[in-house]
Every structure is written in C-alpha cells, then in structure tokens.
Design a protein. Structure first.
Lengths: 374, 366
C-alpha cells in the first residue's frame, strides 16, 4: 500500500517519466553503441518489470554474455563486466570494450531465472582504415658492416602487438633465410607510438670468440648480398595486414671494430646572421635513432633548440636554428651513447679488451668547438 | 578495531600530500588509488605481498597493494586447460588478441597472477588476472588498487631535439631482494644493458642507480650484454644475483658490486647452449639439495644444482663442447613452457603451450 502511494507521488512529480512508464517498452535485447564512442557500447535487456528488476539482488544471475570465436563456437567463460538496473532495462557494461565486428551471445534467464532467451549480437565494424606500410628501413645505405648491430623498420601507422620477429626474415644471396639472426626481446623494442620497430642483430653472432659466433658463424658475411623481408601478414594496430610485403637489399662490407673519432667529423659553420643549417658530416654512417637525440649544439654551454635532420645515408646531421645565428663560440656536442652501425662509441669500440677498460659513462659529452665571426 | 581506525586515519592524513618521511628521513612516495597503466609486462612479488608490475611502455614500475584482491579466492592455484581461451572469453575477445606477459605466484595465498595485454593497436589495454585454488579466473580491477610508482629516468638527450621520444627502455625482468627492486632493461636505440636498483618503499625523488652489465668472453673481449632473467641468490652468505644472458651463459655477481658508476662484469659459471633465450628462473630445495630451475625458449627446462655456484671455476677459456661449466639436466617432461614460477615447496606452476593452446599447469618439482 505504502509503495503504491509512493509510485503515485512519483508519477505526479515526474509526469514525463510517468508517461514513459504508462507505455512500457517492448521486450528486447539490444547492443547500444554510439558510433562516435564505440568503446562505451553496452548490452541492454529492455522492457522488464522495473520493480522486480530493482528489487533483485542477483542481476548477474539473470544475464550472461559470451564471446563468439572465429570458429563459430562460444567461449565457456562469460565476459566480465558490470551489471546495473537502469529503469526497465538490465544493463551490462563489459570490463573491456567490445571488439568492433565481433559477435557476442546474450543469454537472458528471465527475472525469475527460468526463461533462457538467447540472442547473438554483433558490434558494428570499425570504419576501414588505410593499410599500413613500411616507410623506411635504417640504415639507409646500400652497404652495412658485417657486425651491423641494429636496424629500424618504420611504419606509416601504429603496429599491433604480435611479436615482430615472426614477420621479419633475413635472406642470404641465394634467397635462403638466415637462421636466428636477430635478438629476441620480451616485450620487443618500439618507439612510443609503435611506428618504429628496432631489430637487433644477435650480438652473440657478431661478437668474436663466444659460443654462438663459433658454432653458428656470423649472421652477415663480408662481400655477400642480403635481403631484409617484412611479411605482409604482420598485423597493424587495427589487426589488418600490411599493404604489401617489403624488401630491402644490401651488401655486407668488412666488420667495423673502430671507435668513433670525432676529429674526422667536418663542421660546416653557417653564416652569422643567417638561419642556415649547421651541417656536420661524418666519415661513416652513424645510428639514425641516436643521431636524432645524442648530437646537439650548445652556445656558451646552453643547448640550442632547432630542427634536426639526418640524411645522406646517416652521414650528415643538420640543425636549422629557430633564430638567426649570432657571432660567438659554439660547440657541437655528442653524448657518450652515440654509436655507429656496429655499436662502436666515441673512443670505445663495441668489443673492448678487458684489461685496458675504463668505466663507461653515458653522460660523458664530447665537445667540438666552432666560432662564428661577425 | 583500534588498529583499523588508526590505519584509516593514517590514510586520510596521507591523502593530501605527495610524500611522507620515514624515520630515517627519506621522503617516501604516498599511495594513490587506481594506477593508470598503459601496458603491463614483468611482474614480481615484494615484501608483504606487494606486487611490482612494470609498465614497459611508460617505463614506470608500479607497486600494487592488492588488498582484498589478495584474499577471497580459494588458496593455491589449480591448473586450467586452455587458459588463453578462458582469459580471452572473460576479456570479451579471442585468444589471439591476448598476449601473456608474465605469471607469478602470490607468496602467501599461492594464487597465480597473470599479466596480459588485450588487443592490438592504440586500443590495446593491460589486464591483470588472478587464478585461485578452484581454478577460478578473476580480473583484478586496477580502479581501486592502492599503489605507488617510480618512473625510470628519461633517456639521455643532447637537448637540441627535445621533442624526441624520451622513453626508450624496455624492461626484461625484475626481482626484489634486501629492500631493493632490481630491474633489467634494454634500450630501443643504444645497446645498453642496464641493471637498475630502486629502494622500496619508493622515494619521491629517487629513480635508483644503474650499472652497466658486461659479458666477458673467452678472448678477453667484453661487451655490453642484456640480462634476460635473474634472481637474488646468496653465496657464502653474500647476496648475489645469478643472471642469464642470451645464448645462454649463466653468470653471478655480488650485489655489493652493483654501485652506481661502476662497470660490472659477471663471472660466467656455466655455458648452457646457443640458439636459446632464458625465460624464467626459480630456486627450490629437494632432498636436502638446492636447485635452480630455468625455462628457455629452445633448450627446454634446465635443472641446475646450485652447490657448485660458490666454487665453480669461472669460464675464461673456450668450452670445447656445446655447453660447459656447472652441470645441468634437461627436464624432458616440461615442454613448451612460456612462463614459470614456483607454486609451493613441492610444485611448479607454468604456462605451457601444447598444439597451439596455452595451459596453466602444475607439476611436481623435478
């Protein structure tokens, strides 16, 4: 009696809502997805007795959602999520958004849990995206040293999370895949937006004298031609294959076991008063990724900010300043982490002799001064 | 009850500040609720059941206080066949969209915690799952978890191109010992092989010290070399780390040698064969002897007695055969192991792949 009175009061105070309730919605199982916010999609069983729904203490027992796998069967474990009563509807929000294009079976057991009704609903597919493709592979040059340490594969859009090494093959001059040339890394090595994949050649194969090198030989043999192949099957961030397979051929030269020598770098100073780029050229290709952050310019010890470009097969570094050059003393600086293609650093080769070793310090900087006269 | 009230008051008092001070005067990061993890990689348990979880994408380590997520399940872990499909079902997707990144066992409840990434691209999300003694799988929601965190330092930058992505590090393994969390990592650019030590509880302005780990080979040449799996181990009452590199030398180094600014070269005590990558290591005792059990990508699971670790002759000369140093035995029964931990004093817990399906399996210690 009391509750009837309450309902009447509610009906009077909320005429709009009362109108709705006067004509209950027909029963239906719906997947409610806003095309602008697909991640917020939920499943609703509508047209239920509001009062009984509200008083129920086991919403989860009334409804279960099971994902359909590609083979057409349904998962034995229901999808985890939150259940809530919303007016005349029982609402299910998954713990993780429903996948675009995927089907889910909804089982509604009735408010008394004796009436199983099943319906299979499908999330709308995502709008098609342009296929992703390989935009560049570093190093850019045609010749790499036999002890090349790493390559970067750059993509036009973010890539997925499948292990990248499953999709990269190194072929020798006969077209035969080289066995295990690369270093497998848990979690793999990507940049922040997953558009650049770092491939390390297994240093165990490149280093002299250690077991893998002795038993399997080096991955790269001086004088031979190789091809790096990226499979089209590599799924991008939308789970789609690449636009096409990618191949890059290169010739292997002698191993490089010499430390970097900054005295061989050539600095072409810009004109005072101009905004011309400062150009630094190196006698060999250096690592592209490290050139972008481990080389800089300082004026009176303070870093100058500018637009950095690396080209000419990573033998040239240019910096265009934001403001015109003023007369004065400058330094080109290189951090201790800068490496060439074989991992050699300034004053320190990749492979070092234990006895004459010094402590390594990434923060050590090398300064190469130049002046601009008025 | 009184304790409860005091604890509540303590939490309230801390809620408004960024840090507090321990008795020794070290500022300690205050707990926050609901970690905003972008990814989840290696896991390891610390003191009092705190779960360290690496967000490799953000180069941040979270210390998660599991609270009631550590209780409530049936104690222990029961094996689950086709666990990849079951996890996928729970997460509303198919098995190939789920990538398992680690498995650890809670030291007290013996429940299993599994870290996964769900989905592929920008929509990819981290998830943490618990499997209990009845084989029930639950999602551990991040929303209500108390946590502290520590960010690894940004990569060095010369300062001229500051827009350059500062996060370059991947985290390959973690272990906790003597108040410190040890983190092994690898950069996606320079060939660094850093081992970082961070004190726990995390301090507000301390992201730890790092040393470069070297691998000495047999021609007196040394190189930087990434550590793939390691664990704390005491040799002659001195804390050590026993670590495995790629292709697969087993090395030891004293914790005391891990001082910032020094170069650490591990002592190679075994060569365990090439074309191989270590995955996980656990220590156990059986019949009065201690063993190291190590799972690998290509060479199965190795059982290595540790009683020779202290006295093993360092391998400084070439081994004539494929392997050398401390002897080991390959456990033929343990196949396809992708993740391994110790379940209790007599069993292992592993994620093992068989005919394309991932199973959570328990097995008697070999």
């Amino acid at each position: 009696m009391k509750s009837r009175l309450l309902l009447l009061l509610l009906a009077l105070s909320l005429p709009l809502t009362a109108c709705h309730r006067a004509e209950p919605r027909p029963f239906g199982i719906k997947l409610v997805a806003d095309p602008a916010k697909p991640a917020e999609a939920y499943i609703e069983v509508q047209g239920l007795d509001e009062r009984r729904l509200r008083s129920s203490t086991d919403l989860q027992g009334m409804l279960s959602v099971n994902v359909k796998d590609p083979a057409g069967s349904f998962a034995s474990v229901p999808v985890a999520g939150q259940y809530a009563a919303a007016g005349d509807a029982l609402r299910f929000r998954p713990a993780f958004p429903f996948d675009p294009g995927r089907s889910y079976r909804v089982t509604f057991n009735g408010l008394d849990k004796r009436l199983p009704i099943q319906e299979t609903l499908t999330m709308p597919s995502a709008a098609p995206t342009a296929p992703t493709f390989v935009t560049h592979v570093y190093p850019s040059g045609d010749v790499i040293p036999a002890n090349e340490l790493r390559m970067y594969v750059e993509f036009s859009a973010p890539m997925g999370r499948r292990p990248g090494l499953d999709y990269i093959t190194l072929l020798d001059h006969r077209g035969t895949p080289v066995v295990d040339p690369f270093l497998p890394v848990d979690g793999e090595l990507w940049n922040g937006d997953r558009t650049r994949f770092t491939v390390f050649f297994d240093p165990g194969r490149q280093k002299r004298g250690i077991l893998p090198n002795r038993e399997m030989g080096a991955s790269l043999v001086d004088g031979k031609r190789y091809t790096l192949r990226v499979s089209r099957d590599w799924p991008d961030g939308h789970g789609q294959p690449l636009r096409q397979a990618f191949e890059r051929s290169f010739i292997v030269g002698p191993p490089d076991r010499s430390p970097l020598d900054v005295s061989s770098w050539r600095i072409s100073p810009p004109r005072e008063g101009s905004s011309d780029p400062l150009v630094v050229t190196f006698p060999e290709s250096l690592d592209h990724g490290l050139l972008m952050r481990a080389v800089g310019v300082r004026q009176n010890g303070a870093p100058m900010i500018g637009d950095v470009r690396v080209d000419a097969d990573e033998t040239r570094w240019t910096m265009t300043p934001r403001e015109p050059w003023r007369a004065g003393r400058y330094d080109v600086v290189a951090l201790g982490i800068l490496e060439d293609l074989a991992g050699n650093r300034i004053g320190r080769a990749f492979e070092i002799v234990s006895d004459d070793d010094k402590e390594e310090d990434d923060s050590v900087m090398t300064f190469i001064p130049f002046s601009l006269a008025r | 009850m009184r304790t409860k009230i005091l604890t509540t008051l303590g939490v309230v008092a801390l809620a408004g500040v960024a840090s507090y001070w321990t008795a020794s005067g070290v500022p300690v990061a205050a707990a926050d609720v609901g970690p905003q993890m972008t990814s989840i990689g290696p896991l390891t348990f610390g003191p009092d059941g705190v779960l360290f979880a690496a967000d490799t994408q953000a180069a941040t380590i979270y210390a998660l206080e599991l609270g009631d997520k550590a209780n409530g399940g049936a104690p222990g872990t029961q094996g689950v066949d086709g666990i990849d499909q079951k996890i996928a079902g729970l997460l509303g997707t198919e098995a190939k969209e789920v990538i398992v990144t680690d498995l650890v066992v809670h030291p007290r409840t013996k429940n299993a915690y599994i870290a996964v990434m769900r989905g592929q691209g920008a929509a990819s999300k981290p998830a943490l799952l618990r499997v209990d003694g009845a084989g029930k799988i639950d999602i551990v929601s991040f929303d209500t978890l108390k946590h502290t965190k520590v960010a690894l330092p940004n990569a060095p930058n010369a300062g001229t191109n500051p827009q350059r992505d500062p996060r370059q590090q991947s985290i390959t393994d973690m272990a906790f010992a003597d108040g410190r969390l040890y983190i092994a990592g690898l950069s996606n650019e320079e060939f660094a092989s850093k081992l970082r030590a961070v004190k726990y509880p995390f301090a507000t302005a301390d992201n730890g010290t790092s040393v470069e780990i070297f691998h000495g080979n047999h021609g007196q040449l040394e190189t930087r070399s990434p550590v793939y799996a390691f664990l704390p181990y005491s040799i002659n009452n001195q804390p050590h780390l026993v670590a495995a590199y790629l292709c697969t030398p087993l090395v030891k180094f004293p914790v005391a040698s891990l001082q910032a600014g020094t170069k650490v070269v591990g002592t190679t005590i075994a060569e365990l064969g090439n074309r191989n990558r270590p995955i996980d290591m656990v220590l156990y005792k059986k019949d009065g002897r201690e063993f190291l059990l190590m799972s690998n990508t290509a060479r199965g699971v190795m059982k290595i007695p540790t009683d020779g670790f202290a006295t093993a002759t360092p391998i400084t000369a070439r081994v004539a055969t494929e392997t050398g140093g401390v002897a080991y035995e390959t456990i033929a029964a343990m196949k396809g192991i992708e993740q391994l931990d110790l379940l209790d004093g007599s069993r292992t817990l592993a994620l093992s792949r068989s005919e394309g399906t991932l199973n959570l399996v328990t097995a008697a210690l070999p």
